[in-house]
Design a protein around this ligand. Structure first.
Ligand code: FNR
Length: 210
């Protein structure tokens, strides 16, 4: 059966370079990674997180969780906002997990909530991070600092991240051709490698004994 990757773009901007990047990854996946497909998830309707709403989360949250739970791995394309990840992206991740991991007040034991519409959609899954930015300083690291910040959040979500190669696209406004491909072919090669590594890691994690 098809290995399903949920694609999350960290920018909601209409002309987003990270949207272009994840669309390119989707195409490269279809062309070069056998048996895998990327579905881009729309999370634009999520409200601002409020733990009070956890008891009865809005439908947009339930839909988002269900969609993520239905995928084998995650691909995130993140912009860099002030050397970190965009607030809206963090908001989406917080909603996806919800108060998914709770602690029993008497025993102190971790009490995971059921997988599916009530959180715990990330634990044990493989994730890959890519990103593009327009740094104002020459030699800008192309979302690299945001990617590192994102990794930190993914640790607690118990996701296992692909480490290599890195896809950090600087000077994003000059990085894409009109047909959506990347001017620098090295990026295309590395995106394919990242996707291959994501699928390989994801399959290993799925077959791991309990
Ligand atoms: C930015 N940008 C930016 N770029 C960067 O390389 N490092 C940074 O720290 C920041 N900080 C930052 C903060 C905020 C609030 C905005 C709106 C932008 C510029 C950013 O890379 C550029 O806007 C990209 O085009 C954003 O990605 P999308 O929307 O094109 O995917």
């Amino acid at each position: 059966s098809t290995f399903k990757i949920a694609g999350i773009c960290g920018s909601l901007r209409k002309e987003s370079y990270n949207k272009k990047l994840i669309l390119r990854a989707q195409k490269l996946c279809a062309e070069h990674v056998k048996g895998a497909t990327i579905n881009i998830i729309d999370w634009s309707k999520l409200p601002v997180y409020n733990q009070d709403d956890e008891v009865d989360p809005p439908q947009s949250v339930l839909d988002f969780r269900k969609e993520l739970a239905d995928h084998d791995a995650i691909l995130i394309a993140t912009p860099e906002y002030n050397w970190s990840i965009p607030g809206p992206l963090k908001n989406a991740l917080d909603w996806a997990e919800g108060a998914g991991i709770t602690f029993n007040v008497t025993t102190g034991e971790k009490e995971p909530r059921p997988i599916g519409d009530r959180g715990q959609v990330f634990a044990g899954k493989a994730v890959a991070i890519i990103g593009a930015s327009i740094g104002s300083a020459p030699g800008s690291p192309g979302s690299g600092r945001a990617q590192l910040a994102l990794r930190q959040a993914l640790i607690f979500l118990d996701m296992i991240a692909v480490n290599q190669p890195s896809v950090t696209i600087s000077d994003a406004s000059n990085a894409f051709k009109d047909d959506g491909s990347l001017t620098n072919e090295r990026f295309e090669i590395n995106i394919i490698k990242v996707l291959q590594n994501l699928v390989k890691l994801g399959k290993q994690l799925k077959t791991k004994p309990e």
